[in-house]
Ligand binder design. Structure first.
Ligand SMILES: Cc1cc2nc3c(=O)[nH]c(=O)nc-3n(C[C@H](O)[C@H](O)[C@H](O)COP(=O)(O)OP(=O)(O)OC[C@H]3O[C@@H](n4cnc5c(N)ncnc54)[C@H](O)[C@@H]3O)c2cc1C
Ligand code: FES
Length: 269
């Protein structure tokens, strides 16, 4: 059940150029939050920015949650200026989250840039609830945008890093890295990142016969399934169900139901 709560900011730390970690005291949300579920933040009181901004849970603690975010525009810039001790209005947990299922030989997490944000919570849940240590691929443009690699290593996950410019790890992209790990039909791949990266990485997973789940993003207004601002094209057969809502049907979808060709790849980060 989603709550709307004024939550105290416990931490808002600059963890890398243009990237911050916000931790908020939110006991009820922490009790229910699942990996890849998200919350909607009212950045500041008043009418600007008008809409709440969606953010995934990075980690879930006993009575608090952390969010890892990249400064993309005005809302996240204002958020980065929020001080410890201030309160922020938070609506959540929202969305479906990644299902945790035992029937797979390998669990492979593939992150592109800030798309790594929901994976610490997922890796933690796979370890603590299924006793399975995932393999993790983190790809980004450059070294300073590779986040959370230390944390995955701490959890004991085999972690593979790729950068476009070769400044850290292998020079290459997420899809190429996944190809090198040779996923198979008994494996599950979880993907989060820019749309073009999710599309190409999914293609590798599907070609290999692996199960592949993607955590999508879309511009959101309500976060509650009402405004239809977040719809994306799906391959569902029934015309009435052609579009799916990222906020409440997702954000996690089996990649095979997403119509990647119809999707506007220009909307990316
Ligand atoms: C379910 C969900 C979970 C998300 N989780 C995270 C997260 O954990 N960490 C994180 O940094 N970001 C996350 N995002 C993206 C984040 O919500 C946007 O970056 C943020 O809303 C931008 O707000 P802004 O006011 O700073 O920028 P705006 O001024 O609103 O936009 C600046 C730029 O960012 C683009 N943008 C705006 N909203 C989104 C969006 N939803 N997705 C992609 N690009 C967008 C705009 O097109 C524009 O180019 C998530 C989005 C969704 C839908
Ligand atoms: S954000 Fe309003 S329906 Fe999804």
């Amino acid at each position: 059940m989603p709550y709307v709560r004024d939550c105290e900011i416990l931490e808002n730390e600059n963890v890398a150029p243009g990237h911050f970690r916000l931790r908020i005291e939110a006991p009820e949300i922490a009790q229910e939050a699942r990996p890849a579920q998200f919350c909607m933040l009212q950045i500041q009181p008043g009418y600007y920015p008008l809409l709440r901004r969606p953010m995934s849970f990075e980690r879930v603690y006993e009575s608090s949650v952390s969010l890892l975010y990249k400064v993309a525009g005005d809302g996240t810039r204002l958020l980065s200026e929020a001080r410890v001790g201030q309160e922020i209005s938070v609506q959540g947990p929202l969305g479906n989250g990644f299902p945790l299922e035992e029937d797979f030989d390998r669990h492979i997490l593939v992150a592109g840039g800030i798309g790594v944000a929901p994976f610490p919570a997922l890796a933690e849940a796979l370890v603590s609830e299924l006793g399975r240590r995932p393999e993790v691929i983190i790809a980004a443009r450059t070294k300073s945008a590779i986040l959370c690699d230390d944390y995955f290593a701490e959890l004991g996950c085999d972690t593979y890093v790729a950068t476009d410019d070769g400044s850290l790890g292998v020079q290459g992209n997420a899809a190429q890295m996944l190809e090198e790990l040779h996923p198979g039909p008994r494996d599950r791949v979880y993907v989060c990142g820019p749309m073009i990266m999710m599309s190409t990485t999914s293609e590798v997973a599907v070609r290999a016969g692996a199960s592949c789940l993607v955590a999508l993003e879309a511009q959101m207004a309500c976060g509650d399934g009402v405004c239809l601002g977040c719809v994306v094209e799906s391959k569902k057969e029934l015309e009435g169900e052609k579009m799916v809502r990222v906020c409440c049907d997702g954000p996690v979808f089996d990649t095979t139901i997403i119509d990647w060709e119809a999707h506007n790849m220009a909307y990316d980060r």
